[in-house]
Write a protein that binds this ligand. Structure first.
Ligand code: SF4
Length: 700
């Protein structure tokens, strides 16, 4: 049958950038995927992953119906049978072994699907388990922790006003590749060029990343020492009289304790530890303070290290103390059309702890580093069943190899996932939701973190078949069964919920609704970020706390580790860091041929001096060892990493048996997380450490 080609406009929900896409389809075939030139946020930008949405839609390896593991392999079962069995087994375990016996792990893509974002909480409430884990504690938890302490709400995260700043200082982030993280900034390359036309971009990173390579200046910094670098900047601001709060003076408190706390951190004192000369730290401090419009931005590299909480606090301080906060050009809060920063969800800390390692909960979650011990250690509260949703923690969390073994010992596991991957292969039942182009979408999370206020509603390109279920339908069905049929949500669909959010939101009075967004398929521009202090703050006194007690106290921990930071451990003389790649999306997009083609990208980057000292040559397969494990990987010699630092991209390692991802298995790489250490944590926030892991390289 001949179909009339049709054009769809929608937001890409693969990463945080939410680029607008123009998709030509005919029948159930995709003819083309391009950037939508009229999208008010992304202005035509697209990356190779966006085009690969076609591959996910067509992927023969993708699961489309529930499957159950049997002694002889996987069998397809009906949705009713699957829901009944999952609910019955989870209920039975909780009834006999307690609420905590059922654990939950949530992967990063959950936040990119509004059905999951809006209906997963009901499912979690029906389980009432304290054994909740997610990718947050392997990623951005320090940002939330600091936001809660300083601004009173864990999701009130400041975003750099990229389009109006003249001076961008970047630490531990690679937005030229990521298009922003906790800073939705599609078309970052264009935005960066515009900043450079107006002023300067400076990058501080142990690797000369793609962003650093194009920046006006790049400073190498020793992994794990960013807190010291930032402390010295704040010290210099006070020491040289560069603190200029301006209009912020009325909205902050506890300036004096900050001045006292940073007094000891002179640029001279931290220079050796950080590898950044004292004169350079002073120069950057002065430049930043003198810039008419500046903003400091830190992300993954400063979040996933031992002092991630301190780093995020200090990034905020640099912006606030120079007056570059809540004003056009600086770090600003967004005014999203659907507001997820709700008063009744400000966050809570420390209400319970992990049973084995005694790590305190953060915003309802335990650190994922504690998950393996919670499964393996017998006793009251032991996790005996696990629910995973859109996650692959075997590849994405520290010492994934140990977790891999632990998952094999569970009594029951259910995965809500589209792939049979390194983690879900342990499941007894897999429930695959629709995904990508088959779903309606409104990005409730990443509009809240975008560098410009916009709103966009996406219709599905393809209707689901009778045998498919949307993610929210899966969570609704499970919740219904777990609550004995009493579940009666106020909204039947995420679209209805978003419509209510739009009507009662900041632009509701202007008539913003789902219908209006459907009438404007490219999206609606709601304007640049606006100053919102003090009204947007959630602190009781409507002031920003510049010196939360737990952050000041954490300086003592930092001081206690200065000797370790300064010295190279003889057993493990190198520091391992990760790296983000444009054609990779954490652990889950390696089953697209167009994204994995070309040479092996999962290599060990080694500085030429270190390679020469150890007699390594390019392409040689070496063994990298840490305190918890070892892996074998080919060497790539490059001065893009500083001496003493080696780098492996994360998310690879598709070597486990029993997965069903033919393309990924043909391009396996190795898992960096086979050698990262779950005992290496930011003790303050509970976040995992992926940057600065001590390792050695063995040749021969
Ligand atoms: S940058 Fe992110 S949102 Fe944009 S096309 Fe690529 S994957 Fe999609």
């Amino acid at each position: 049958m001949k179909h009339t080609p049709r054009t769809h406009y929608r937001a890409c929900n693969l990463c945080e950038a939410i680029c607008g896409l123009e998709i030509q389809v005919s029948g159930d075939e995709i003819l083309s995927i391009r950037g939508d030139q009229e999208d008010p946020l992304s202005q035509g930008h697209i990356c190779p992953k966006g085009v690969a949405l076609q591959d996910i839609y067509q992927d023969p390896d993708r699961l489309r119906q529930p499957v159950r593991r049997t002694a002889t392999g996987w069998e397809t079962i009906s949705w009713t049978e699957a829901f009944d069995e999952v609910a019955t087994r989870l209920q039975h375990l909780q009834a006999t072994a307690g609420r905590s016996a059922v654990g939950v792990y949530l992967g990063n893509p959950n936040t990119h699907n509004f059905g999951t974002t809006l209906f997963l909480p009901d499912f979690l409430r029906s389980l009432k388990t304290p054994s909740l884990f997610s990718a947050t504690s392997a990623d951005q938890l320090p940002h939330h922790f600091v936001a809660y302490l300083m601004f009173g709400h864990y999701f009130l995260l400041p975003v750099p006003d990229l389009d109006r700043t003249d001076y961008l200082l970047v630490l531990g982030a690679n937005p030229l590749v990521s298009n922003g993280s906790l800073m939705t900034a599609p078309a970052f390359p264009k935005r960066m060029r515009a900043i450079q036309a107006r002023g300067r971009v400076v990058v501080v990173d142990p690797r000369r990343t793609e962003t650093a390579d194009k920046a006006d200046e790049h400073l190498f910094i020793r992994p794990g020492t960013d807190a010291l670098f930032l402390l010295a900047i704040v010290h210099t601001l006070f020491a040289e009289g560069l603190v200029q709060l301006g209009a912020l003076a009325d909205h902050v408190k506890n300036l004096e304790p900050v001045a006292a706390a940073v007094q000891a951190y002179t640029p001279e004192r931290v220079a050796a530890s950080t590898g950044v000369a004292a004169a350079k730290i002073k120069a950057i401090s002065r430049e930043f303070a003198a810039a008419e419009r500046a903003v400091c931005y830190g992300r993954m590299g400063v979040s996933t290290q031992e002092f991630g909480g301190l780093c995020n606090w200090l990034v905020n301080l640099v912006n606030i103390l120079t007056g570059n906060f809540d004003r056009p050009c600086g770090a600003m809060f967004t005014t999203p059309a659907v507001d997820t920063v709700l008063p009744n969800r400000a966050g809570k800390l420390g209400r319970w702890s992990s049973r084995v390692s005694q790590h305190p909960e953060r915003f309802g979650e335990l650190p994922v580093a504690a998950l393996t011990d919670e499964i393996l250690t017998p006793g009251d509260g032991q996790i005996r069943a696990l629910v995973t949703s859109a996650g692959n923690p075997v590849l994405s969390t520290a010492n994934g190899a140990a977790l891999d073994e632990a998952l094999g010992q569970l009594d029951f596991m259910v995965a809500i996932d589209i792939y049979l991957n390194e983690t879900t292969r342990h499941a007894h039942i897999i429930l695959p939701p629709t995904t990508g182009l088959e779903t309606t979408h409104y990005d409730v999370v990443f509009h809240t973190l975008a560098v410009r206020n916009t709103a966009k509603f996406s219709e599905p390109c393809f209707e689901k078949t009778a045998d498919q279920r949307h993610d929210y339908e899966i969570f609704q069905e499970l919740t219904r069964r777990l609550t004995g049929g009493t579940y009666d949500p106020p909204f039947a669909t995420p679209t209805q919920m978003v419509d209510a959010g739009l009507r009662f939101g900041a632009y509701g009075k202007t008539g913003l609704s789902v219908q209006q967004l459907q009438d404007h398929p490219h999206g609606i521009d709601l304007g640049p970020l606006q100053p919102v202090l003090p009204g947007r703050l959630f602190t009781e006194d409507k002031k920003i706390d510049l010196a939360p007690a737990s952050l000041l106290a954490d300086l003592v921990r930092l001081d206690g580790q200065l000797v370790e930071l300064d010295n190279v451990a003889p057993d493990f003389p190198l520091r391992l860091i990760g790296r983000r790649q444009l054609r990779s999306n954490n652990s889950w997009m390696h089953n697209s041929q167009r994204l994995v083609k070309g040479g092996d990208r999962c290599t060990l980057l080694v500085h030429p001096d270190d390679a020469a000292a150890a007699g390594m040559v390019a392409g040689q397969v070496v063994t990298v060892q840490s305190a918890v494990g070892s892996l074998q990987i080919a060497v790539e010699i490059s001065d893009e990493v500083m001496p003493g630092v080696v780098s492996i991209p994360h998310g690879w390692g598709h070597t486990r048996r029993g997965t069903q991802q033919a393309v990924a298995e043909a391009h396996p790489g190795v898992s960096m997380n086979d050698i990262t250490d779950p005992h290496l944590l930011d003790a303050l926030t509970g976040n995992a450490v992926f940057n600065g892991v001590p390792v050695r390289v063995v040749t021969g």
